[in-house]
Design a protein around this ligand. Structure first.
Ligand SMILES: C[S@@+](CC[C@H](N)C(=O)[O-])C[C@H]1O[C@@H](n2cnc3c(N)ncnc32)[C@H](O)[C@@H]1O
Length: 470
């Protein structure tokens, strides 16, 4: 149960329930994402109550739909999806929030007018009042976790994780923690932590000096030093990428400086900036290239770089870089003629993927993802690996990562790559939490502090590698 008692936050006269019913209709009816809503209809997500209602209703969309349908004499027509979504927002408030029942119900009834369906006022009132009278009928966490995932997703998780699938679905239903990465170039971590203490923001230390998890999530832009670029929000699981890379470089002894590093799927730059901060901290001289095929996402990356004090510039011709700046390349990572130097020491492929490891942060994924989309991602992931491998120097390291829990996007991609790449060797990876897989390491959201994430470290050598089926 959340403690959000705010029944009227947001601009005067706005009907929050109406906004959220519309946002849900865009997501469920038109396949839009929460990010689309945030970009295109920011007015629909303008208060903490808006976010609470949108994320919460999406998290429990399937079980709430079931509860609502039981109260309807006949199913609503497809054209009344907006009405159904309004009922779900009402039901979510009654079951999961401390919003006063009368406020939740009357605002939903009122919102019928905004949907252009004043005829539905009686229906909305009746269904929500019946649910209210039904009292506290919230199913237990296990039943909820199962009924809040679509059938195909449940079976895939059961096939891959057996007994652990339930814990994984429960993890997906939990709220994600807010973890920060302190920008060590801008401020020593100990000084930033003192600032948090002064601001009375409680936190737990993470596995690295620059990592802290806040005990209560905050509005990021209100954090101390935010405007000065002293910190960024980044899940703990994602912070392994930079450390795996720096560990790989250090394990090889002194490199011919500067090392050439490519972040091949870089935007919006979370791992890129962390990498630069950790390389700088370890005094490893480097040339850093950031590639992404979407110009708008690279613009977003540049804006974040400016806040964090990282220098970026477009890099279109393969010319040498200054060691204090990041070269930005807008191109398809599957293209042959990339404007990149050959013989890169390090490549990070943080591949586009289903995001299935981040369902607790992005509850729309469970409703939008399809098995077909998984197969499409897999094909792209393979191509990126195969193409970019050509750019790696002998002895160089490639880190492949996804925020996916599915072997389809993880070990199976590596398996197929190894089967056709004679000079690729798997480097054993072992992290503090999670599990070894056949070729890499899987982090799961069953650990409260990490999203689901996969890492595989590959080295270019002369050995022929035989891959057994994952
Ligand atoms: C998982 S996100 C990367 C997140 C980023 N590494 C970070 O830590 O902030 C994957 C990125 O790959 C990019 N992408 C998708 N297809 C691509 C392709 N064919 N070539 C290059 N980048 C691609 C997407 O635009 C997206 O920004």
């Amino acid at each position: 149960m959340t403690q959000n008692t705010d029944a009227g936050q947001g601009p005067k006269n706005a009907n929050t329930r109406l906004d959220i019913a519309r946002a849900l209709t865009q997501i469920v009816g038109h396949g839009r994402t929460i990010d689309w809503v945030r970009d295109q209809r920011p007015q629909w997500l303008q208060s903490s109550l808006h976010s609470e209602l949108l994320y919460g209703t999406l998290r429990h969309y399937l079980s709430l739909t079931d509860a609502i349908q039981k109260q309807l004499k006949r199913p609503l027509k497809t054209k009344d999806l907006d009405l159904q979504n309004l009922l779900l927002v009402g039901a979510y408030q009654l079951k999961y929030t401390a919003v006063a029942d009368y406020a939740a119900i009357s605002e939903c009834v009122e919102a019928c007018k905004g949907l252009g369906k004043p005829w539905a006022k009686g229906l909305v009132n009746g269904v929500l009042r019946t649910l209210q009278r039904g009292g506290e009928k919230k199913p237990d966490a296990e039943t909820l976790a199962t009924s809040d995932h679509p059938e195909w997703l449940r079976s895939l998780l059961h096939r891959q994780y057996g007994d652990r699938a339930l814990a994984l679905m429960e993890g997906n239903n939990r709220r994600a923690p807010m973890t920060l990465r302190i920008n060590q170039i801008a401020i020593p971590p100990s000084t930033f932590k003192q600032r948090l203490e002064t601001a009375k923001i409680s936190f737990a230390d993470g596995p690295w000096p620059e990592t802290v998890t806040l005990l209560d999530p905050q509005v990021a832009t209100d954090l101390p030093g935010w405007d000065q670029g002293e910190c960024a929000v980044q899940d703990q699981a994602a912070q392994h990428a930079a450390h795996l890379i720096v560990d790989a470089l250090l394990s090889k002894g002194p490199n011919a400086s500067p090392v050439k590093v490519l972040d091949a799927c870089a935007a919006p730059g979370g791992k890129l900036f962390h990498l630069r901060e950790v390389l700088t901290q370890a005094s490893i001289e480097h040339h850093l290239f950031a590639l992404d095929n979407k110009a708008t996402r690279l613009q977003e990356l540049s804006a974040i770089a400016t806040r964090l004090g990282h220098i970026t510039h477009p890099h279109a011709d393969g010319s040498p870089l200054a060691t204090d700046s990041i070269g930005l390349i807008c191109a398809d990572g599957c293209a042959i003629d990339l404007p990149l130097p050959g013989n890169l020491n390090i490549i990070l492929i943080d591949a586009p993927c289903s995001g299935s490891g981040t369902i607790r942060r992005n509850p729309d994924i469970r409703l939008l993802l399809t098995e077909e989309a998984l197969r499409e991602q897999q094909a792209l992931q393979r191509q990126l690996l195969q193409n970019l491998w050509q750019r790696l120097m002998p002895g160089g390291t490639l880190v492949y990562s996804t925020c996916s829990v599915f072997s389809e996007e993880n070990d199976q991609v590596i398996h197929s790559f190894l089967s056709s790449t004679a000079d690729a060797c798997v480097v054993n990876t072992s992290l503090a939490t999670g599990n070894a897989t056949q070729y890499g390491w899987q982090l799961l959201p069953t650990e409260p502090l990490t999203d689901g994430f996969y890492y595989c470290v590959l080295e270019k050598g002369a050995d022929h590698h035989k891959a057994d089926s994952p």
